[in-house]
Design a protein around this ligand. Structure first.
Ligand SMILES: *Cc1c(COP(=O)(O)O)cnc(C)c1O
Length: 353
């Protein structure tokens, strides 16, 4: 793989809890181009610097683009661990297919990521709860305004040292059930990590924040009845000893943290159901005292306890607004594997020396 070195390295941020999420970027990036005649080609590592684009570039107009999110963790022995990257590449190619983007060779980007992490390894923060966030993205780069799939693309990976996703860290989050706007519909693009999904969700997110909530809890678009997910997290509820997460019906993003949690729960003997769950069932369980816990799962936030849900102007405080035992077990298990303070029985980590 070609590596173009930079002359001067960037100033690194102060680290720790001040990092926030997605504010700082490392020295290098991975890039690869696609053209109809050459296919995917010209994979390389180059200095992370701004790139000029013609304003008629199709990504600016029709959002034909996809992304991924994963994390690299500094291990006690100084090596680097990436959590389940194969799952991310596979999902990214599924997103690509949905968005008419040509599938990319997973081995090439995997090698690119490895080289990139080796070059930028000093950017991986060491404090507990921090990580190096990995953002692979594909954008349509053909300069043309017709509404057609592009014939040219840019694949890139940028890296960002991050602290916790929410400003309040592991404090339980507050969600408001969204019954006006919708995130995704069956047959739409909710299953794909495509750019437009997130633009479409910002209005609801902004209104939720104005009311003092962290994010919205989305319901299904048809009936506004079934719980789907949160903007960047899948949802779980612990109801009377059963751990329930909404089934992947086509409008929900199939999270890798979600999949990992289901496996851990099953292996530890919990009763886990992937099924449709209505917001009425959640509220009824809360009211009759059987809703023990609610939490969200995602790469950025890891496992995030939900302390309060507002539905139709009523606030429901879950588990006294505190993190529950199942939530804590999953948080400890997953972060133990990620940070290398516990064994990795599933072989989920890719280790880079
Ligand atoms: C990325 C994402 C998730 C979480 O997926 P992970 O693979 O666990 O990071 C959940 N919901 C949405 C809408 C997402 O974009």
């Amino acid at each position: 793989m070609q590596i173009i070195e930079r002359k001067q390295l960037r100033q690194k941020p102060a680290g720790g809890t001040q990092l926030g999420f997605g504010h700082y970027f490392t020295d290098y990036m991975f890039t690869m181009k696609y053209t109809a005649d050459k296919g995917w080609h010209d994979a390389k590592i180059e200095p992370n610097e701004p790139k000029p684009f013609d304003l008629a570039t199709s990504i600016f107009h029709y959002a034909q683009g996809i992304f991924e999110g994963m994390k690299a963790f500094r291990q006690p022995d100084g090596s680097i661990a990436v959590f389940r990257p194969d799952e991310n590449w596979a999902r990214m190619n599924r997103s690509a297919t949905r968005m008419c983007i040509p599938n990319f060779p997973e081995d090439v980007v995997e090698e690119g990521l490895e080289e990139l992490l080796k070059l930028d390894r000093d950017w991986i923060p060491a404090e507990p709860g921090t990580a190096l966030y990995i953002r692979p993205t594909i954008v349509a780069t053909r300069v043309m305004l017709g509404v057609h799939a592009s014939t040219e693309y840019l694949f890139f990976i940028i890296l960002s040292p991050v602290g916790s996703y929410y400003a309040h860290g592991l404090e339980p989050t507050k969600l408001v059930v969204e019954d006006k706007y919708t995130r995704a519909t069956i047959g739409g693009t909710g299953e794909a990590k495509c750019l437009g999904n997130y633009a479409a969700s910002m209005k609801a997110g902004e209104e939720a924040e104005e009311k003092g909530f962290d994010q919205v809890l989305w319901l299904d678009a048809n009936e506004k009845k079934y719980v789907e997910e949160v903007g960047s997290m899948n949802m779980f509820f612990v109801i009377g000893g059963e751990v329930v997460t909404p089934a992947l019906v086509g409008s929900i993003l199939p999270g890798i943290t979600r999949k990992s949690c289901i496996q851990i729960l099953k292996d530890k003997g919990y009763r886990v159901s992937e099924r449709r769950i209505s917001i009425d069932e959640v509220i009824a369980a809360q009211e009759n005292g059987t809703l023990d816990e609610a939490f969200g799962t995602g790469t950025a936030a890891v496992i995030s306890p939900v302390g309060l849900i507002r539905y139709r102007d009523k606030d429901y405080t879950i588990n006294g607004g505190k993190m529950g035992a199942v939530t804590k077990m999953l948080y400890d298990t997953i972060t133990g594997i990620q940070y290398g303070t516990a064994p990795d029985p599933y072989g989920w980590k890719k280790i880079i020396k």
